[in-house]
Design a protein. Sequence first.
Length: 357
Amino acid sequence: MRAMQTTPLTHWLLYCRPGFEQDCAQEALHQARQQKPVIATQPPIIANSGYAAVALNEQALSYRELIFARQLIRLHQTIEALPERDRLTPILAAIATLPGTFGALWLEVPDTNEGKTLSAFTRRFQPLLEAALREQGKLQNDVKLQRLHIFFPDNSSALIGASDPHNSAAALMGIVRQNMPAEAPSRSTLKLAEAIDVFMDRSEQTRLLRQGMTAVDLGAAPGGWTWQLVKRGIRVTAVDNGPMKSVLAKHPLVQHLRQDGFKYVPRRAVDWLVCDMVEQPSRVAKLIEEWFAAGLARHAIFNLKLPMKQRVAALDSALNGIRSRLDHEGINYRMLAKQLYHDREEVTVFLTRTKSY
Ligand SMILES: C[S@@+](CC[C@H](N)C(=O)[O-])C[C@H]1O[C@@H](n2cnc3c(N)ncnc32)[C@H](O)[C@@H]1O
């Protein structure tokens, strides 16, 4: 067993969708570089591992502004060559060196097939480690305290770190799980359900998604996103040349228009624009900015597909295009983007007009 001491650098551990490790690290380094130009070494990326690490000087990372990171953890210790017969002793010894006490203990694995096989071990290990930490006074029941994360990338190593509840995802492995509703027309419905949970807190959901509101869904078929809206009592114009599933085809709150989503213009402004059309991100971004500039929608959730190699650059360019247009128009807004658990080669964006004071 070898326990690496922390260096003066700050090491960060980020979880992400497997295959997006490079994007995740690249984006974190970019965020850090905007604060201070000098960056320390970049630990090697392990392709398809579901995590990335970055080492920074004094720069802080903001979880909410990271698109590809599912979770943001301050990494304190790396243990390699964990003995199979007694993982508890070295892990407890490493935790004893960490500053402060913790409000929760999260044992985590990568979101990969190997990770799935390790989760049987973490389920067995959790009560043992938890009991030992409580006895030592390292673990308390207090949601305001930092969380302790033990991440097992494989069955012989552990990465030990802490997350700040105000600067991280409040979900194990950074995954906000959704149950598939039996009556929903498509699995895409989970993307919008997750976006609503990730981007809006409960009070904002109640305020922004109310019965009697109106929405346009561009690229609506077969209707998973429309279904999420009508189940909240929102009247939806569903625009798609493809057919809507029968549960929505004759729904009193749904009007289906077989039109091109890039040409459709509503007669009256709507509360919500949602868009899941498979198109270039720059084209979708341009469409969204046109709707907002013309005052046609107050809030939007839209998906940007990223099948290209330079995903971070394509995404930056699309989002910066929206920002500069809305700034130019003098529109106040809040925009958040995330690669959701239910997103594949894509990210989801929430854009809302805010009041000017
Ligand atoms: C990923 S699917 C949408 C799934 C949908 N959000 C759901 O939850 O069921 C993309 C849809 O966009 C539609 N689409 C693509 N380009 C379009 C366009 N220019 N105008 C209207 N619909 C378009 C396709 O017909 C397809 O049904």
